[in-house]
Design a protein around this ligand. Structure first.
Ligand code: SF4
Length: 324
């Protein structure tokens, strides 16, 4: 039996290069070795989302990108969190074994409460409990995460451990599976690539749109003129070349330092590499987009398969807690 992996992502619509390099490629590569469950965590999105009018479109666009990038419904379970409502029940039950102090100490709760002072809802503080329910409902042993998410996983482990201590061994304590490319900076060269910050490059853009986006990127601020020598080590375009053009990296660094290459040419080189690397993805995406019912079918089938596991776990949990 393969060991099980669970991972989820909020429905953010079309995916960007940060999602692609930081998570998606990793998810795809894990499919052969592990029993993978990938989930669109739509309920989590409600903790910060007041306007839900684009939620269904965002789910559709994101899953379209997932499938085009290589997530395969015949290898992995792909589903939407709220389509398997057992997770809400487990969330409530795990809430009974989770000390409030643990949740109030979570740095992201404090940060989100600061960012949305008029909407400090229960979901914000209960987020780690729901996240734990997401993982342990499927008894996943591993969760692919970036380093910034390690504290969240630690809470999940603590909640699972506490439940096991109180009611008998039930859940594996989920372990982190760190991704190879943990942090992709955005076009501003400062912040993590993010749709909210508008510093992203969507992977579904056309080749021309990709060139236009890359051309807006901030490079070495000290390189004001074409003849100024550059400092590739502080330039995000150079960093991105490392993902898409690794064989040329030394050459680019040398040409940048000696001002043999200008930033416009360097960006064009990067955009071309991104485009050729994403061409098969874009072709698959266009083919999938021509049959929109397919996405709904994949998600319905995924929810059915996930629910079989979820019901079994929930029954065991209720039995151990004395509810049955
Ligand atoms: S030439 Fe390339 S690596 Fe050097 S500063 Fe310009 S964009 Fe960055």
């Amino acid at each position: 039996m393969k060991r099980r992996i669970f991972s989820g992502a909020r429905p953010t619509g079309r995916q960007h290069l940060g999602n692609y390099l930081g998570a998606l490629q990793n998810w795809v590569s894990l499919q052969d070795e592990y029993d993978c469950i990938y989930c669109v965590v739509d309920v989590h999105a409600l903790t910060t989302l007041e306007d839900t009018s684009s939620l269904q479109t965002d789910i559709y666009e994101m899953v379209l990108d997932w499938l085009a990038a290589g997530l395969a419904p015949d290898k992995s379970i792909l589903f939407v969190q709220s389509h398997v409502p057992e997770v809400m029940e487990l969330h409530t039950l795990l809430g009974m074994v989770t000390p409030l102090g643990w949740l109030l100490r979570v740095p992201t709760f404090k940060e989100k409460a600061r960012l949305q002072p008029k909407n400090v809802n229960y979901g914000l503080v209960g987020y780690p409990v729901l996240m734990t329910a997401d993982i342990v409902l499927y008894k996943a042993e591993f969760v692919p995460v970036g380093e910034d998410q390690l504290p969240h996983l630690e809470i999940a482990r603590e909640i699972a451990r506490r439940f096991n201590n109180l009611f008998g061994n039930t859940f594996p304590e989920p372990q982190a599976k760190l991704t190879l490319f943990p942090l992709v900076l955005g076009l501003d060269g400062k912040e993590k690539m993010s749709k909210q910050l508008g510093n992203d490059i969507e992977i579904a853009l056309s080749a021309e749109e990709t060139v236009n986006r890359v051309m807006t990127a901030v490079t070495d601020p000290a390189r004001r003129y074409r003849n100024d020598p550059g400092h590739p080590e502080i330039c995000n375009i150079y960093r991105l070349q490392g993902y898409f053009n690794p064989l040329e990296l030394d050459n680019i660094a040398e040409q940048c330092r000696s001002a043999k290459i200008g930033c416009v040419d360097c960006k064009m080189l990067l955009a071309q590499q991104i485009n050729s690397s994403l061409e098969p993805f874009r072709e698959r995406r266009a083919a999938l987009a021509s049959k929109p019912q397919y996405i709904a079918d994949v998600l319905a089938e995924g929810a059915q398969r996930a629910q079989v596991i979820a019901r079994e776990t929930l029954r065991e949990v209720k039995q151990k807690m004395g509810l049955i």
